[in-house]
Design a protein around this ligand. Structure first.
Ligand code: FAD
Ligand code: PYC
Length: 416
C-alpha cells in the first residue's frame, strides 16, 4: 500500500485529490467465482474479508445493487454492545465486540471505535429486574457489566432528568463500560479495501435478479451486468433477504420493516456515553460533529421503501423529552430510514440451506452493526468448511422447525 507524506497529502488536497489511488478497484464481473456474496453491507464485506484472509478463498465477488455500505450499514446509529441474555447470543456479540477493539489495526483503517460506555436505563421495576438478570448472565459469561444506581446514572449523564416525579423515573441502569460506537461507513470501507487488496472483486451498481439452480444445487446468478457462474452463493441482503432467497425458491421466516433515526443540530458536547431508554423506546448519543443521534422503535408495518412514517419519529422524540428535557429546545436536522429484517425470536440466521451451495446470513434486525466483525468471521468459516462452527451452529434455519428459538426480544431493545 502506498504511503503518503504530509507534503504529498497537501499537494493532493490542492489537486482536488486527482491523483489519489482508489481505495478499491471497480472491476467487471468475471465469468465464474468460487463464492459470490450478494450484498456489500458490513456483513457481506466482512465475510469476504475473512474468506480471503483466514481461509485463503480469494476467487470471490461481492455483488451490490447500489453502493457499498449504502444499505443499513451506512444508516445505523452505530451502537456496539454485547449485553444479550442467551448463551449463543452472548458468545456471538461478545466475539464481535472484542474484534471491534482491534479492528482499526487489523484493517489498517481507522474505524473510530469509541468504547465510551453504554447504559440501558431501568425505568420500571420490571425493567430493573430484567436488566439485573442480564447483568448476572453477562458476568457469568465473562462480559464486563454492572448495575448502577440513579446517582451514578446522573454522574455519567448530567443532562438526564433524575426527578422522582415523572412518568418513568430512573430506577437504575445496566452499564457496559466498553460498549460504545464506531464510524459505520469506515467499517464498510475498511473491510472493502482490505478485501479488495486480497483479490476480492467488489462489483457495485449490479443488481442480482435471479439465482439459477441445477436440481438442488446453485449454479450462478443473473445480474444487471450479465450471468455469473458460482460454486457457492451467500445471501447477505438484510431487509431484502426474503426477495433474494425467493429467487432460489427458498421462503424465509423474516419480516421487513423500516427503522428510522434522526440527528439534531450540532451542539457542544453534552453526553459522552450511549444511553438507551427501552421503556420509552428511545436512545441517544452524541456524534463527533456534535449532533445528538436519536432513534426509537421500528415502524409497525411491513415496508420496502426505506422511508418511515412521521408518527414513529414524533413518538420517539416525544417519549425522550421527559428523560432528556434539553432536546425539546433543539431543532432536528435530518432523518432517514433503513429496511431491517426481523425474525420471530429477534436473533440472526447464519445458515446453510436445503439448496446445495446456498448460504444465508440475515435477521440481524435492528441490531446487526455491532455484530459485523463476528458475523463475518463465523459465516466465512461456515462457507469455507460447509459446516457451522460452535458459534454459528445455534443460529441455523433449522431452529425454527425444531423449536430451538433464541429469544432476544428484551436485548434487541428497539425491536422488542
Ligand atoms: P446492509 O448493510 O443493509 O447490506 C445489504 C446490502 O444488500 C445492501 O447494500 C443492499 O443494497 C444489497 N442488496 C439487497 N438486494 C440486493 C440485490 N438483489 N442485488 C444486489 N445487492 C442487493 N445495529 C446496531 O448494532 N447498532 C445500532 O445502533 C443500529 N442502529 C440502527 C439504526 C437504523 C436507523 C437502522 C436502519 C439499523 C440499525 N442497526 C443497528 C441495524 C444494522 O444497521 C443492521 O443490522 C446491519 O447494518 C445489517 O448489515 P448487513 O450488511 O446485513 O445489511
Ligand atoms: O442494537 O443496540 C442496538 C441498537 C440501538 C439502536 C438501534 N439498534
Amino acid at each position: 500500500m502506498k504511503k503518503y507524506s504530509i507534503f504529498s497529502l497537501a499537494r493532493n488536497a490542492g489537486n482536488y485529490h486527482k491523483d489519489w489511488e482508489r481505495a478499491w478497484r471497480s472491476p467487471d464481473p468475471k465469468k465464474e467465482y468460487d463464492v459470490v456474496i450478494i450484498g456489500a453491507g458490513g456483513h457481506g464485506l466482512a465475510t469476504a474479508y475473512h474468506l480471503a484472509s483466514k481461509h485463503n478463498v480469494t476467487n470471490v465477488a461481492v455483488i451490490e445493487k447500489g453502493w457499498l455500505g449504502g444499505g443499513n450499514t451506512g444508516r445505523n446509529t452505530t451502537i456496539i454492545r454485547s449485553n444479550y441474555l442467551q448463551d449463543p447470543s452472548m458468545a456471538m456479540y461478545e466475539l464481535s465486540r472484542s474484534l471491534y477493539e482491534d479492528l482499526s489495526q487489523e484493517l489498517n483503517y481507522n474505524i473510530m471505535f469509541s468504547p465510551r460506555g453504554l447504559l440501558m436505563l431501568c425505568q420500571t421495576e420490571h425493567e430493573l429486574r430484567a436488566m439485573k438478570r442480564t447483568s448476572h448472565a453477562n458476568r457469568l459469561a465473562g462480559i464486563e457489566a454492572e448495575m448502577i444506581d440513579p446517582a451514578r446514572v446522573k454522574e455519567l449523564v448530567p443532562i438526564i432528568n433524575d426527578s422522582d416525579d415523572c412518568r418513568y423515573p430512573i430506577l437504575g441502569a445496566y452499564y457496559q463500560p466498553r460498549g460504545g460506537t464506531a464510524r459505520h461507513d469506515a467499517v464498510a470501507w475498511g473491510y472493502a479495501r482490505a478485501s479488495d487488496a486480497r483479490g476480492v472483486d467488489i462489483i457495485q451498481q449490479c443488481e442480482v435478479t435471479g439465482i439459477t439452480r441445477e436440481g438442488s444445487k446453485v449454479t450462478g446468478l443473473d445480474t444487471t451486468k450479465g450471468h455469473i457462474k458460482a460454486k457457492k452463493i451467500a445471501v447477505v441482503t438484510a431487509g431484502n433477504t426474503s426477495l433474494v432467497m425467493q429467487m432460489a425458491g427458498v421462503s424465509m421466516p423474516i419480516e421487513s420493516v423500516c427503522l428510522q433515526a434522526l440527528v439534531s443540530e450540532p451542539i457542544k458536547p453534552v453526553i459522552d456515553v450511549v444511553v438507551m431508554a427501552n421503556t420509552v423506546h428511545g436512545y441517544m448519543s452524541q456524534s463527533d460533529k456534535g449532533e445528538l443521534v436519536i432513534g426509537g422503535g421500528a415502524d409497525s408495518y411491513n415496508n420496502y421503501s426505506q422511508r418511515g412514517s412521521f408518527p414513529a419519529l414524533e413518538h420517539t422524540v416525544t417519549a425522550l423529552v421527559e428523560t432528556f428535557p434539553i432536546i425539546s429546545r433543539l431543532r432536528m436536522l435530518r432523518m432517514w430510514g433503513g429496511i431491517v429484517d426481523m425474525t420471530g425470536d429477534r436473533s440472526p440466521i447464519i445458515s446453510k440451506t436445503d439448496v446445495d451451495g446456498l448460504y444465508v446470513n440475515c435477521g440481524w434486525g435492528t441490531g446487526g452493526f455491532k455484530a459485523i466483525p463476528g458475523s463475518g468471521y463465523v459465516f466465512a468459516d461456515l462457507i469455507a468448511r460447509d459446516q457451522p462452527g460452535d458459534i454459528a451452529g445455534a443460529f441455523g434455519l433449522d431452529r425454527f422447525k425444531q423449536g430451538r428459538t433464541i429469544d432476544e426480544s428484551v436485548a434487541a431493545a428497539v425491536a422488542h
